[in-house]
Design a protein around this ligand. Sequence first.
Ligand SMILES: [Zn+2]
Length: 104
Amino acid sequence: MIFRQEIRVTPIRGELKRFFVDSERPGQHPYLVDLDSYDGNGECACDNFRIRLVSKVQTEARKPKNQRWPMRCKHIKWAREYLLDKLLAALRSPAHTAKFNREN
Ligand SMILES: [Zn+2]
């Protein structure tokens, strides 16, 4: 899937919740995004997440689950959007569900 022309989310074969997401900066390696890390908040290898957001995620983790704010960089958000599109397509037809299961 292509976002803003140059941003691409690439699934990792055999893994449903981890993706590579292109950086917006040309020449940068794609970032590994794990949507299931930090109890469903997600984790990204980008500087924004590692330097700024990860400490906030840890602060939020001390709160009860239903009172936590998600701390997500744009890469996590794009990977979630990508996965949601896939899941919605899978829910549309039983045949697609079978195909989705085989591919992932
Ligand atoms: Zn990121």
